[in-house]
Design a protein around this ligand. Structure first.
Ligand code: CP
Length: 312
């Protein structure tokens, strides 16, 4: 297919064909990271700026590495090390970055909609690296990539998303991507964190965790997003672990071929037992590896077909 988008803002707005095209492109980029010289010239002469206004390990490092593997110039700005601490607005910060001819701005921000805000005001391509509790498109894409790589398909699979759904941008992007590609998505967690409104997105909500674990082909665990919760949504961490944690005992109920996924950072001993996080069915670190290929694909596709200047 011909890629026409300049920005990656949400999974909601992508068609199933666009999602599949990104995953297919990522599959070809995965091989680059196995070469002795892990570099291709696709973005030579381009500048990719990572503007991270919230903490990140995986997403920030993998976007930066993806840009470097594509031969782009990269720079990384974090909230603490920027003039935002002196009162500069996001728009002014981004416009100053653009004044230095940045071609891409990869934005993580606590405000839902902030990537679209920049996309409507800047000439650079904007990539959403997580906006509040709204969306985290490249996380969903790397999750889809990993499931397809391991299980060969998405359509018809039973995917259980377990944990804090309400505050999770990963959950929202995964729900959009998985349902568009024909998976059966079930949500489970404390009722305060899994409101019925999510049914409107075409998912099932259950309080019967044991049945959901038995039926799942994929279990995607989410941590409690304490940083977004302004009140207590369950009595305490001990009770959460007892009711919803994927313990060694609960893991024994799952299918032998189940995939255990987690976007990270994991809280060992809370939403997942340490042994389960490190067991052979866990693909948590493979998700991280695949994130690099997916982010290379995203930057490559957004860059589009550029006219090559002829030297005189
Ligand atoms: N999955 C994820 O977004 O992790 P980071 O917050 O470390 O980027």
């Amino acid at each position: 297919m011909l890629w026409t988008r300049k920005h990656l803002l949400t999974i909601e707005e992508l068609s199933p064909e666009e999602i599949t095209h990104i995953i297919d492109t990522a599959a070809s980029f995965k091989e680059v990271s196995t070469r002795t010289i892990k570099k291709v010239p696709a973005l030579r002469g381009k500048t990719v700026v990572s503007l991270f206004m919230e903490p990140s390990t995986r997403t920030r490092v993998s976007f930066e590495l993806a840009a470097k593997r594509l031969s782009a110039d990269t720079l990384s700005i974090t909230a603490q090390a920027s003039s935002i601490t002196k009162g500069e607005t996001l728009k002014d910060t981004a416009r100053n970055i653009e004044a230095m001819n940045a071609d891409f701005v990869v934005l993580r921000h606590s405000a839902a909609g902030s990537p679209r805000f920049l996309a409507e005001r800047l000439n650079a391509s904007i990539v959403n690296a997580g906006d509040g509790a709204h969306e985290h498109p490249t996380q969903a894409l790397l999750d889809i990539f990993t499931i397809r790589e391991k299980l060969g398909r998405i359509s018809g699979l039973n995917v259980l998303i377990l944990g804090d759904i309400l505050f999770s941008r990963v959950a929202r992007s995964n729900i959009w991507a998985l349902t568009k590609l024909g998976a059966n998505v079930t949500l489970c967690g404390p009722t305060t964190l899994v409101p019925d409104i999510f049914k409107e997105l075409g998912v099932k909500i259950t309080t019967n965790l044991d049945d959901a674990l038995r039926e799942a082909d994929v279990i995607n665990l989410l941590r409690i997003q304490h940083e977004r919760q302004r009140k207590s949504f369950f009595p305490n961490i001990g009770e959460y672990k007892l009711m919803f944690g994927l313990s060694n005992e609960r893991f024994l109920m799952t299918r032998p071929e189940v995939l255990i996924m987690h976007p990270g950072p994991i809280n060992r001993g809370v939403e997942i037992a340490s042994e389960v996080a490190d067991c052979p069915r866990s693909v948590i670190l493979e998700q991280v590896t695949n994130g690099l290929a997916v982010r290379m694909a995203v930057l490559f596709l957004l860059n589009g077909v550029q006219p090559v200047a002829t030297e005189t």
